[in-house]
Design a protein around this ligand. Structure first.
Ligand code: 9WN
Length: 430
């Protein structure tokens, strides 16, 4: 399988990161920083495990789905235990916050990559028994988005920055300014193992907790018009559009029509169409309440995941390669940065405000592949493997030096490395 001279070492180390983070029930995102099972981490980890242990990969999906709520939502964190060294943990989210099987969870969701992961797992190791077990849960979750997170323009609307997975992205700055002050005292646990300057600020954390408080006060069931934080999210919409397509394929494997899921996917693509910004050559989120310009972030390239076949692909690739925006520059060779270097909010070492993230690179490799740019996908695939080979399995990376930041031995970085090594770019996908 190896594609790089050093890929056998890369492979072995990636396997050992996943093994060392395995709690027995789920693979933790990192050894110390994140003690629960996070939703989109679990999907990526499933893709990694699919290459080394399909039985364990299926269990990863089952563990996440234990947290599914009776209304269909799959929460952003499934804690699996009542006490964890994380804030906000199960007590803060509240007793009503648990999956049908009684497992404590958070009460918001995260990027729905799971159907995509299950499809990859099935293609590598077919099991219709497993699909029969999990496809109905995936269908219920995707329908939940239709009922609870769709606003007039057809985009997936997030009600907390944590739902996006890109927590302190400057995309959320303007909406966060509207959030009222937090009323409870709390102590941050996320800056114990990671330097505070690489994490969200105290003001951002206070806003995150304030939104949580208001959501808890309404039983985690806000009317979208009343939610304190609202954003029509191009990133989540792109991921769900792709996932609907993957879910349709899974329905078809089981002999059922995939028509509904496919038509939901098409509606999301139509909604994304309305987010195109010709001046920027990027897709742009819809700010629901204020009309301030949204900062220029990598989220704007991610509709590639839906398999675009318009001249817009060339504009997106231009942005990806532009040294002023996301591309390699003489003083910052690692790319894509999570925020454009030219954007005033760019901070190369702060979390989702500048660093390079291997999971985003994976999404873009697969997106370029699906949008008819295999040669560009291949270049980004090799670049990402090179970054990890030189600097190790970190949560995110400084685009200037490649230095690893955030949590060490990070599971999704290991998982995407396995997939990037084992599934080379396909020249013909569209
Ligand atoms: C809050 C686990 C998660 C990722 C998110 C990432 C970060 C949590 C945190 O870690 O978020 O959900 O405590 O900062 O932003 O994408 O899923 O890896």
């Amino acid at each position: 399988m190896p594609v790089l001279p050093s890929s056998d070492v890369l492979w072995r180390d990636a396997v050992s990161v996943l093994e060392s983070n395995d709690s027995g029930v789920f693979v933790k995102p990192g050894p110390r920083q994140y003690p629960g099972q996070w939703n989109w981490d679990a999907a990526l980890i499933t893709i990694g495990l699919a290459h080394i242990d399909p039985v364990r990969a299926r269990d990863e999906v089952r563990s996440l789905l234990k947290g599914q709520w009776s209304n269909g939502m799959v929460p952003h964190i499934v804690f699996h235990q009542a006490t964890v060294d994380y804030f906000p943990g199960p007590t803060t989210w509240g007793a009503s916050s648990c999956g049908v099987s009684g497992v404590p969870t958070s009460a918001i969701t995260q990027p729905p990559l799971l159907a995509t992961a299950v499809r990859i797992l099935h293609e590598l190791h077919p099991s219709t028994d497993f699909l029969e077990e999990v496809v109905p849960s995936l269908e219920r979750w995707h329908r939940w988005f239709q009922g609870r997170r769709l606003d007039g323009d057809g985009l997936v609307t997030i009600i907390h920055p944590w739902e996006s997975g890109m927590d302190n992205s400057p995309r959320f700055d303007s909406a966060l300014r509207e959030v009222p002050p937090v009323t409870t005292e709390f102590s941050r646990r996320d800056v114990v193992h990671v330097p505070p300057e690489q994490r969200p600020s105290d003001a951002e954390y206070e806003a995150y907790v304030s939104i949580l408080e208001s959501l808890r006060a309404c039983g985690y069931s806000p009317a979208l018009s009343e939610a304190e934080f609202l954003l029509g999210d191009v990133f989540l919409t792109s991921i769900l559009s792709r996932a609907e397509d993957d879910l349709a394929a899974l329905h078809e494997v089981l002999g059922a029509p995939g028509t509904e899921a496919r038509s939901r996917s098409e509606s999301f693509m139509a909604a994304l169409d309305g987010c195109w910004n010709e001046d920027r050559g990027l897709f742009v989120d819809h700010e629901r309440r204020r009309k301030t310009p949204v900062p220029i972030t990598v989220a704007g390239i991610t509709p590639l995941l839906t398999g675009l076949d318009t001249p817009r692909v060339a504009r997106l690739v231009e942005a990806l390669d532009d040294p002023q925006r996301f591309g390699p520059a003489p003083d910052a060779q690692w790319y894509p940065t999570s925020v454009a270097k030219s954007d005033p909010s760019f901070q190369p070492r702060c979390y989702w405000r500048g660093p390079v993230w291997a999971n985003v690179n994976w999404l873009l490799v697969r997106g370029l592949e699906s949008s008819g740019r295999p040669e560009r996908a291949e270049a980004l695939r090799m670049h990402t493997l090179d970054l990890v080979a030189r600097h190790g399995y970190w949560e995110y990376y400084d685009p200037r030096s490649g230095q690893g930041l955030g949590s060490e031995n990070f599971s999704w970085t290991a998982a995407v490395v396995l997939d990037l090594i084992a599934r080379p770019v396909s020249p013909t996908q569209r």
